[in-house]
Design a protein around this ligand. Structure first.
Ligand SMILES: [Zn+2]
Length: 501
């Protein structure tokens, strides 16, 4: 008996020696995996020039929980779109020609119907990818995404315009095959240790009723809440009874039922549409969430500084309030405050986030970039903290579209004021980025403590729109992944300190 205890002890000591990092100095207790990883992380972000290469390695390895602000079409890389165009035998115009209705870089989805002259202007993907002439291919990459934008080699439009224009190139076919796209996003997510994506897959169907729509479309900008309610109510009643609407929602749900990956969807409307269309789309989006399948929330998207977006912003928030009153359980994540000084007059920066939170009842805010310009921003920040309204921070996107970056980014204010936030990608295909790189930006610029960083990662599950049981399961997985990550982090740190000469 004694002998076997001794041998067990001996084995334990040998095992501990075999698996431990280099022996600590005499008298200091061995560091845990967590402590070693934390210390290594601190060393990488220290000083005025953080070790970006090693930080990229660490952030790629690190479990990142979920990506909660993610547009499906904007997440697909151009190279993948070209694969799809080839599969479908579509072609891409190589030059402008108004007579032949050819627009350079536009996709033709019906090449069979083209005249010989138009067909000659339209390149097959193999021609686009001809290695002996990469000029057109490289320019296409830069038109369909933000690639090389800063090098200014193509004709410049404003960055926000360029960004939103990219969707015009792939919008006609990006919805063709969700399963293929979602499979690829899943593979990419797994490769960078992401376990969950909540994506804005496609806009909700918006059935029309011209007679009832007119009352909504004709609402003046300063309409009272009572008048707005009076215009919306008959259209709402119509939509609840309309069979075509019910079928549209059922078809929509069928199209977004994807595989077994932990992926959930947000239905959305586009804020630049006519008011009645926005409302009908919101109705369908709420109905899709109420079906309690994979569509978990409603969003509103599109450039927020557009003429219609600015004019109808308050009306849109009233529409959300109207529907939220009837369906209080439907969760909302709203793009709000994706603006900055100079894009619109200062008055346009004073109330969007507040209206999203207080009128619409948003559970999460997308971007929230103009918070520092809001009226009574301190009071609003307090409300968001107390209600647990999390902000989805998209650093690359904000830098490109708004020019808001580095010390000017309000993520620091949210952090100081205790408002929960998550790090997300927005449109990683257009930005040619990934979630790990967003974390590299976040950690190198703002230097959160390791514990604070972990808190932010855990927020991406806590503030997701999964059910409580699903969240508990995902949080458990995330905790296990961090245990494994920190063991590897300790090895990495030990190797780095031994080899550094
Ligand atoms: Zn977005």
């Amino acid at each position: 008996m004694k002998k076997s205890i001794a041998s067990v002890l001996l084995y334990a000591v040998m095992a501990a020696l075999a698996f431990s990092a280099p022996a600590p100095a005499r008298g200091t207790p061995a560091k845990t995996d967590y402590q070693a990883t934390r210390q290594y992380y601190d060393s990488l972000i220290a000083g005025p020039s953080p070790n970006l290469a090693a930080l990229t390695l660490l952030m790629t390895m690190m479990p990142k929980g979920g990506d909660l602000h993610h547009h499906y079409a904007g997440a697909i890389y151009v190279e993948t779109f070209l694969d799809w165009i080839k599969q479908k035998a579509y072609c891409i115009y190589r030059a402008d020609n108004s007579e032949l209705k050819a627009i350079r870089f536009r996709v033709e989805t019906k090449p069979g119907g083209l005249s010989p002259a138009a067909r000659a202007l339209c390149l097959d993907v193999d021609q686009v990818r001809d290695p002996s002439d990469e000029v057109f291919y490289r320019e296409l990459l830069s038109r369909w995404s933000d690639k090389d934008y800063k090098n200014h080699f193509h004709q410049q439009v404003a960055p926000d315009q360029h960004f939103f224009d990219t969707f015009g190139y792939f919008g006609s076919f990006s919805d063709d095959d969700y399963n293929q796209g979602l499979r690829q996003l899943k593979v990419r997510a797994v490769a960078e240790n992401v376990q969950y994506i909540e994506t804005m897959l496609r806009s909700a169907p918006a059935p029309d009723n011209p007679a009832l729509s007119r009352a909504v479309n004709d609402l003046p900008a300063d309409a009272s809440p009572a008048r707005i309610e009076a215009a919306l109510a008959p259209l709402y009643e119509f939509l609840t009874r309309d069979e075509a609407t019910a079928k549209g929602v059922a078809d929509y749900l069928g199209s977004v039922d994807a595989g077994d990956f932990r992926m959930r969807f947000q239905a959305y409307v586009v804020r630049s549409e006519q008011p009645a269309k926005v409302f009908a789309g919101l109705y369908s989006a709420f109905a899709a969430v109420n079906a309690r399948r994979r569509v978990v929330a409603v969003n509103i998207v599109g450039p927020e500084d557009g003429i219609v977006s600015m004019r109808d912003y308050s009306l849109h928030m009233r529409m959300f309030a109207f529907l939220k009153h009837k369906h209080p359980d439907v969760r909302l994540s709203l793009h709000a405050g994706e603006l900055t000084l100079g894009m619109v007059p200062p008055e346009g920066l004073q109330s969007h986030i507040r209206e999203a939170v207080e009128v619409a009842g948003a559970d999460r805010i997308g971007h929230g970039a103009d918070i520092v310009y809001e009226r009574d921003a301190v009071g609003l920040l307090r409300t968001m903290r107390e209600r647990g309204v999390a902000v989805e921070i998209n650093l690359t996107s904000n830098a490109f579209i708004l020019g808001v970056k580095n010390e000017a980014h309000p993520v620091q204010v949210y952090r100081q004021q205790g408002v929960p936030f998550v790090i997300s990608t927005d449109d990683p295909g257009v930005s040619r980025n990934n979630l790990s790189a967003e974390y590299v930006l976040y950690t190198s610029r703002y230097k959160p403590s390791y514990d604070g960083l972990k808190e932010t990662v855990f927020n991406s599950i806590r503030y997701s729109f999964l059910s409580e049981a699903e969240k508990a399961a995902e949080l458990k997985v995330l905790t296990q992944r961090f245990t494994a990550f920190e063991a590897r982090g300790r090895e990495l740190a030990a190797g780095a300190s031994t080899r550094q000469k």
